[in-house]
Design a protein around this ligand. Structure first.
Ligand SMILES: [Zn+2]
Length: 200
């Protein structure tokens, strides 16, 4: 009797999930500055919206270069976004969402890992975008761990300022030495591996 009871429970649990509610994924878009990360993120967000999915977008409060309540790509594609100080705040919003998109993930601390895992365990698709490397070419913030837990990784290149080769480093052209210095083309140029090595 007990065995058949357990078997019934197992079958009924399995059949209560549809395929789309299972195996939610963590998708990550990474690369240097000016590689189209945010543009790609906005494109994926719009694809999910076209499918009728509810998408909530988040970004760390630190990043207000373009707009306070939105994410904006360098060529001015835009979508609205919640600003949060800490990754755990994302969990306050997630119940009504099908998809959670997070931009500039490198500025969060390692608690973003638990948040991404919690969201996917609750069948929310998570799409993260961020810089994989800092201005010295070293892994940026929580990105190595975010990439480790990802199901899918899209790694973009920019175009090297000197040789037009595939750029992977956001080289800082000012003297500031902190890891986080917000800026655009007045502070950063994308460089390939060879040109960066020649500069050092
Ligand atoms: Zn180059």
């Amino acid at each position: 009797m007990e065995i058949s009871y357990k078997r019934d429970v197992k079958i009924s649990l399995k059949s209560s999930f549809t395929q789309s509610e299972r195996n939610a994924q963590i998708r990550v878009v990474c690369g240097p500055m000016f590689s189209g990360k945010t543009k790609t993120l906005i494109r994926v967000i719009n694809e999910y919206k076209t499918l009728g999915k509810k998408v909530f977008v988040f970004k760390p409060k630190i990043d207000d270069r373009y707009a306070k309540d939105s994410i904006v790509s360098h060529d001015k594609d835009e979508t609205s976004a919640f600003n949060v100080n800490r990754p755990v705040e994302i969990l306050d919003y997630h119940l009504n969402a099908d998809v959670i998109a997070i931009d500039e993930v490198q500025f969060f601390d390692d608690s973003i890992i638990d948040v991404c895992n919690t969201l996917t365990n609750n069948n929310k698709t998570v799409i993260c975008a961020g810089l994989d490397l800092d201005y010295r070419g070293l892994p940026f913030g929580p990105m190595p761990k975010v990439l480790a837990i990802a199901d899918e990784i899209i790694k973009l290149n920019s175009v090297c300022t000197f040789c037009s080769g595939p750029a992977r480093i956001s080289h800082r052209i000012t003297q500031e030495t902190e890891q986080v210095v917000l800026g655009e083309k007045e502070k950063y140029v994308p460089l390939c591996r060879s040109c960066y090595a020649e500069l050092k």
